[in-house]
Design a protein. Structure first.
Length: 74
């Protein structure tokens, strides 16, 4: 999954030149949480939301182009 996330992120930041991405996952989805951390995203908030698994807490993340580039040594 990390490879897919990196490919999409690279496209957004390198090809489209977007300055940041807002990302969301269910708090219970530990794997998604780890991927966002590895990419250099910052956890901004936890909010009640409807997730694929039903009502629960979602995590809201901000990933900036600069943070992602510095994490990847670019």
């Amino acid at each position: 999954m990390m490879e897919a996330a990196e490919a999409v992120t690279a496209y957004a930041f390198m090809d489209l030149k977007w300055p940041h991405l807002w990302l969301v996952n269910a708090e219970a989805n530990v794997a998604s949480h780890r991927i966002k951390e590895k990419q250099g995203a910052t956890l901004v908030d936890r909010v009640r939301k409807r997730c694929v698994s039903g009502e629960g807490v979602g995590e809201l993340w901000l990933l900036t182009r600069d943070a992602w580039l510095s994490r990847n040594g670019r």
